[in-house]
Write a protein that binds this ligand. Sequence first.
Ligand code: BGC
Length: 763
Amino acid sequence: MRNYFYITVLSFAVLLTSCGKTDENMGIANTENSSNNINRKVDSLLGIMTIEEKVGQMNQYNGFWNVTGPTPSEGGAAYKYDHLKKGYVGSMLNVRGVEEVRAVQKIAVEETRLGIPLIIGFDVIHGYKTLSPIPLAESASWDLEAIKKSAAMAAKESAAAGINWTFAPMVDVSRDARWGRVMEGAGEDPYLGAKIAVARVNGFQGEDLASPHTVAACAKHFAGYGFAESGRDYNTVDVGTSTLNNIIFPPFKAAAEAGVKTFMNAFNELNGVPATGNAYLQRNVLKDQWNYDGFVVSDWGSLNEMIAHGYAANKKEVAELAVKAGSDMDMESYAYVEELANLVKEGKVDEALINDAVKRILKVKYELGLFDDPYKYCDENREKEVTGSQEINEAVLDMAKKSIVLLKNEGHLLPLKKEGQKIALIGALANDKTSPLGSWRIAAEDSTAVSVLEGLQSYKGNTISFAKGADVVTGKTEFAIELNVNTTDKSGFNEAIATARKADVVVMVLGEHGFQTGEGRSRTELGLPGVQQDLLEAVYKVNKNIVLVLNNGRPLTINWADAHVPAIVEAWQLGTQSGHAIAQVLYGDYNPSGKLPMTFPKSVGQVPIYYNFKNTGRPVLPSAGEVFWSHYTDQSNDPLYPFGYGLSYTSFDYSNLQVTVVSEKEVEVSVDLKNTGKVTGKEVVQLYVRDLFASVTRPVKELKGFELVELAADESKTIHFVLKVNELGFYDNAGKFIVEPGDFNVFVGGSSEAELHASFELK
Ligand code: BGC
């Protein structure tokens, strides 16, 4: 086979020389990738590309045939294959594993005229084959180092499988537990969301993007996707500038500032304009105001979806609108590859727009080192060594333990005694080795998670009796199909009741199957799905000593459990090492330290419910029996569990809150924290601020700082925060960032209900 890559190197070097740029480090094959060098290389390469080749770089296809088998000769796969050989494909997604990636890369590099390597994308959302907790769970750790490490491990394992670009992190703030994709984000708060976005970007991309262990990251979905009306996925988004700038944008902006290499736009329309065709979002805000120099990929088929939105009449219009709006790469709409070159030739689209998009894409490919060695992610030995390695498994176990939130522990039922106990383990999820992998686990094999049963069995001192009780879902459990929830079959109840009756303690693992959240999995009810609530109540009748372990990808309305069950552990979907993490927490070998990143409502009618709400003009009950105030007549305004909430096996006392305005630019806050319990524990000390009066009203509380502090029993520590003046400002309704002088309250504590408070005046 002729080596076109080599020919390309030669012709490119000639081109550089003829341009007078004779820097000897500038051939494609050099490793000197400073940004100036890269820009020059990109410009030179662009100079020899045809319009079709340029547009090809803006085209991304899904993996399309068994690449190691016979080549496709007809249908959609043949069409894509033909495009790949012509250099009309810049990226592929869902091609994975060294063998497959090498095969497609070889076509791009050796069979196309210019030999430009593909960038290989994949949804490495919380791990590749070895899974860490779902992102919402990881966010409950508030442990930025652990989150960064988890992303780094995911990068390492996926990069060893040929992937060099992950479609993560999802940084969509959401206040709506009905929305299935809350499992994929960092919860409801823009401040915490921004910190976690940065941790994840740094974890994925590492110090050196050209390392074979790191991947380019992608901040998604820009923007507003988490505000889908009524929590229904893909639904319309209509939010004002204040919410957009103060709530939705901050994690995106933080990701951009942290150097995230790519952005993904979104399926939703925002205030009447689909995100994919939204020039305000992609050009004005992202590329102009934030000076972003990475590239924007569309969401899957989101260009064509502009037709259904009623924004573009046909594919040609789709391509024109999207490119003008700043979408650089088309994922699976075929709109750019089929229409853009003609649009340029007809003078409807300025070629400068194409050049800009292609430069952005090529730049990332250079930064990844793909031009130096397009097969650098294709090393079979590394793939074998890294996949499922001990290092990765240890990291995901560590992350899983840190993600668990203790919601209730009446009478110190937890931790469990390690010996002499009869434990009844009940619930289909307790013995499930697939559900804990959660949603977005495309590369992971079924049945590879450690179940709770296995986790508990690894402790030998107690007797464990398992009874399923009832299935949560029946039939196939797959990513792209609607699950059948078991709403009728209670045939296992009797066995579960009998098992519970004989036990000292009952551990019930209930909640959502891993695929009951995620994309397309919105719900109108937030209780325990199917017959699980009935199972819980039936077991409770015979044994009240219940530890309820929740598996779920979103906040649930578990009011009955909260009122009756003595101990509740929020264990989300914790990934491959799930069962071990849960067992270690139940036995007290790990003292839980997680705090909720999302408010748990008491009922669906309260949704959207979030801690950083506005006060309204009628916030409190004026006098007993009064009706004209902002409330529900059938439910309190309070959440079941507030944002930032979570218990420990020890207790913490906060005192001596001090607030000092050090200068016009800085306010210092300190507080004393004491571990008043009997064991070492970690506490997330949270700092909230309220700007009392402002030209645009401010929330009753806004998280402005947090610190994860470990203290031995009886130990005390003074925790210091510095509030920079900029952290006290906000975006006004014209989108301008302002800091207004005036009175502020400061709250410090272990949840968003922090009561310890002080005030200061900003002059
Ligand atoms: C999702 C994206 C994802 C893409 C590629 C879409 O359906 O919204 O988040 O990255 O598919 O798999």
